[in-house]
Ligand binder design. Structure first.
Ligand code: HEC
Length: 185
């Protein structure tokens, strides 16, 4: 129930972001998307749930009753996954802009010492904006590949590309979110 409400909200907010990017033709321009949200908000409300929608589309579960192969089968099921991939592409494009603040004022790291504070993350991005943008662009390219696999109704390719999307999330997080996690002191 909660999840359904949440995804309805996501769709609404993503639609408004899309509307923003078309502001040149809109008679009532909405605020520029670069100032419309933080990186944290993009992660929590767009990138993470839509990546989940892509990752969860195909799975193999071994149970006592046998092997349960889950994959989209009907047109409606494929359309639902396609919407997640399309939304992920859109969110990755927004992420590529390094002018977005990391988090709302006053937000603290949930795991200090492991995850950097928003101020530290901001410094890391400012010191290396090109790398941040490259990872965001890589996410976009991989989400586009996922969309192609969905359009081809190819669950095997979708799983493989899903793995590479995950690598991109992890690579960017290791550089900009928790660079100290693997240090030994
Ligand atoms: C271009 C860099 C980049 C990419 C690519 C990226 N992230 Fe992030 N992500 C960040 C940064 C920076 C933070 C820390 C900001 C924050 O949330 O405080 C973060 C934080 C998060 C958070 C925690 C949000 C919170 O504060 O609770 C989640 C969840 C997350 N990312 C999921 C993902 C997933 C899933 C992907 C891939 C589909 C992904 N991210 C790809 C940069 C990236």
């Amino acid at each position: 129930m909660h999840l359904i409400t949440k995804s309805a909200l996501l769709v609404t907010s993503l639609l408004s972001l899309t509307a923003c990017s078309e502001q040149t033709v809109s008679p009532n321009p909405l605020p520029n998307p670069t100032s419309a949200g933080t990186i944290q908000e993009l992660m929590l409300n767009h990138i993470d749930p839509h990546a989940d929608g892509v990752w969860n589309a195909v799975s193999t579960t071994v149970t006592a009753a046998g092997i349960d192969e889950k994959q989209p089968r009907t047109d409606d099921e494929w359309t639902a996954v396609k919407q997640h991939a399309t939304a992920l592409i859109e969110a990755a494009s927004l992420l590529a802009d390094t002018g977005r603040p990391v988090a709302a004022t006053g937000v603290k790291s949930e795991n200090p010492g492991i995850e950097e504070s928003p101020e530290e993350i901001q410094k890391l991005i400012t010191a290396n904006p090109k790398m941040f943008t490259l990872y965001a662009q890589q996410l976009r390219v991989r989400a586009e590949e996922a969309l192609a696999a969905i359009e081809a109704k190819n669950p095997t390719a979708l799983v493989e590309i899903g793995g590479r999307i995950d690598e991109t999330c992890e690579q960017c997080h290791k550089v900009f979110w928790y660079p100290n996690q693997f240090k030994s002191n």
